[in-house]
Design a protein around this ligand. Sequence first.
Ligand SMILES: Nc1ncnc2c1ncn2[C@@H]1O[C@H](COP(=O)(O)OP(=O)(O)OP(=O)(O)O)[C@@H](O)[C@H]1O
Ligand SMILES: [Mg+2]
Length: 498
Amino acid sequence: MAEESKDDFTVLYEITQKINSILDEQDLLEKVLEIAMAHLDAERGYVLTSDESSPGGFAVVVFKNFNARKDATEYAASSSVIKKVLDSGEPVLAFDALSDERFEASRSILAQRILSVICVPMRLQEKITGAIYLDSTRSRGKFNTETMKFLSVFGSLAAVALENAKEYGHLRNENTRLKNEISSVRLFPGIIGRSKAWKMALDLVQRVIDTDVSVLITGESGTGKELIARAIHGQGRRKDRAFMAINCSAIPEQLLESELFGYKRGAFTGANVDKKGLIEYAEGGTLFLDEVGDLPVSLQAKLLRVLQEREIRRLGDGESKKVDMRVISATNKDLREEIKNGRFREDLYFRLNIVEIHLPPLRDRVEDITVLIDYFMKKACEVHGRQAKKISADAMSRLLKHPWYGNVRELQNSVERAVVLSRGEELTEADLKLQEYSEEELLQSGLTLEAFERKLVEKTLAETGSNRTRTAEKLGVSLRWLQYRLKEWGSQKDQQDG
Ligand SMILES: Nc1ncnc2c1ncn2[C@@H]1O[C@H](COP(=O)(O)OP(=O)(O)OP(=O)(O)O)[C@@H](O)[C@H]1O
Ligand SMILES: [Mg+2]
């Protein structure tokens, strides 16, 4: 007897060492069940722990040799035993469940011909945090008072280990959350946002930073595509080399090829000297192809070759030159749609889009609006030498309701303009000038067609936060037409857009 309890003591000591080193809740409970079953030579068993979302306040977490599909009815077989243990906090032992009068009510035990049953609570001080249930159909009197004592102590030890594992899991989650928060704040100063959608995008950004994979950044205009592209470059291992941004829609089509690829002297009339192409300037660094969806199809093939062969050939040059660069591209077009319509090469799309980072529109991340307003307000006050301002409640509720078709750019412009225009300490709704242009204003008589055209363009530019690509799309005109007209009108708006 003394020998036996010493044995049990040693066993318990070893078990404690073992289970205390398991920090994952599920792993721990599996081990607990495994040890209990092995030590008591039980056939079946399960562990249940407190679970607020379950009707009885407890749920089965691990089980062995129960038929998983029939589990509900099988567990129900032991529910009277379990209930007793959880209610009383006392262990239950039945040497012979068939003839034990305590189980008269429990027809399921009879039906399943369970001969020996043992169930002990997992107790943490006065609180019952779970229970371990074991049974056997093999022989009567399989479990005895010694095994019950052993299992009771074991149950309490398991409860402590479980509590530790839970606490550890909680701390680990908290730690990961804080780490994420710190690193995105530290990694991306000046990139503001706290919505879940924005954080998910930043998480993706973080994961591609230390790689060389081609990234395609998509999103409506003004959502921060260029900002993100610069951040990827600025935090990556190529940060000390060039960030070469090429706006594929800003260079006139007939010049684009020679601008991008460069030329050799004598390649065409007027090519008096060798000229380095813009792509070559990205050597060692990052090539940022902005508005890549606007690249003419003829040049898409040439670009694809550069990306595949990692070499570039100037116009009129017989030889090519190796290039080493990371490629980031951006577009506010739906490239899959462009592919369908034959305006974008699918093979180029797959080259550019190893990882897509989609930036959701501002109206889908309302939580970001307030923090962005705060940020842009402080910035504008600093830049324009104004005293710090507050924002009136009316103005704020108007800002939160605005659809922000021009996204962050439109918000930034509105806030900055309001800061400059406002006289008081508070930005008011009037300062924000968010009202839509009215139809009547546009359709007033006495306008020449050209004046009407200009008014309509300006209205649309205002709506898109001065974004030319979107404006052209909305008006159903080509970007080149729009650029031409803007130049002609000498519009200031032309300068604003990146
Ligand atoms: N999350 C943000 N935090 C701070 N500033 C932002 C954020 N997102 C965008 N901005 C600012 O908004 C403006 C527009 O961003 P950006 O030029 O990167 O947009 P875009 O997606 O490239 O637009 P477009 O498609 O029109 O070229 C920039 O001044 C940028 O700094
Ligand atoms: Mg851009």
